[in-house]
Design a binder for this molecule. Sequence first.
Ligand code: PEP
Ligand code: MN
Length: 335
Amino acid sequence: MIVVMSRGSSAENLQRVLDTAEKHGSPAQVSHAEGRAIVVLAESTGRTGLLEALTTISGVERLVPVSTTSHAADHQKTKATADSLFGPGQFTMIAGPCSIEDRSSMLQLATDLYAAGARFFRGGAYKPRTSPYSFQGLGSEGLETLREVRQKTGLHIVTEALDAAHLEEVAEVTDYIQIGSRNMHNTHLLRAAGKMGKPILLKRGMAATLAEWLAAAEYIAASGNEQIVLCERGVRGFSDYSRFTLDLSVIPAIQQRCPFPIVVDPSHATGNRDYVAAMSRAALAAGANGLMVEVHQRPDDAISDAEQAISIESFKEIVSDCGKLAAALDCAITT
Ligand code: PEP
Ligand code: MN
């Protein structure tokens, strides 16, 4: 782990970092650059407790996980994507509704999406909704539908675990456990999800900095699970034309610092189906490893997030355009 101290932080604060590292059995090396101290800590068995202790020390500006420094990136990337679905130079389509709806329409949608080029079916059985009076998802019944989609279509599944209490049943039907934007800071859930033995798709908190997002990934990694795919889904800005602001510049920033693949969700980022195709093409061009898109047979009738749902026809156009771009950029759409 690398500890970046803030500019002008006191010698006492630096000493507290070094004492804390020593207490956790982690050898430390200090360098100074551009008016700040940088401490490189070796791995230690007490890594989890160490991370927590360091975050409370004043003057600590950023913690950069050691496993996520750029020189380790290529090796780690292979490791993080054992199933090669999000490997370097690959672009994988994750598509599906916002919420899992009735069984037969989901099976039909999944079949159509597979034929159109999706390799993952997404959809929430447990939904984080802003209002408690909005549809909260079908819960276990939705998970059963996902189980059937997985068995019948060959699509991989990614679905959200909203609460640690759901982890067992979610892990049973899903290939990737999704941690949603609202839960990115839920360290208890991150740790528990990391222990489920499944890859994790970690969405960026809607107001999270890159450092906070990476620290959340570190919580999962600290549970012994480095099979993590990050998902940029837009951040809060001052946009008055889109739901959030899609931060595509985070893609190269992640790739510089971190071994984990990154996919882009243009649906939640824009909240507007008219903008989804353009942002999908942009995500590929910016170097993302895939897309997560909300698609529905009848977008206007989607139970949740109807405004951003696109039709299967529009999804096919995105796949086709991305195919052309991928060829030009020496990258491959996962088939
Ligand atoms: C979702 O992908 O289903 C979702 C709720 O998105 P987010 O957590 O990014 O808001
Ligand atoms: Mn949604």
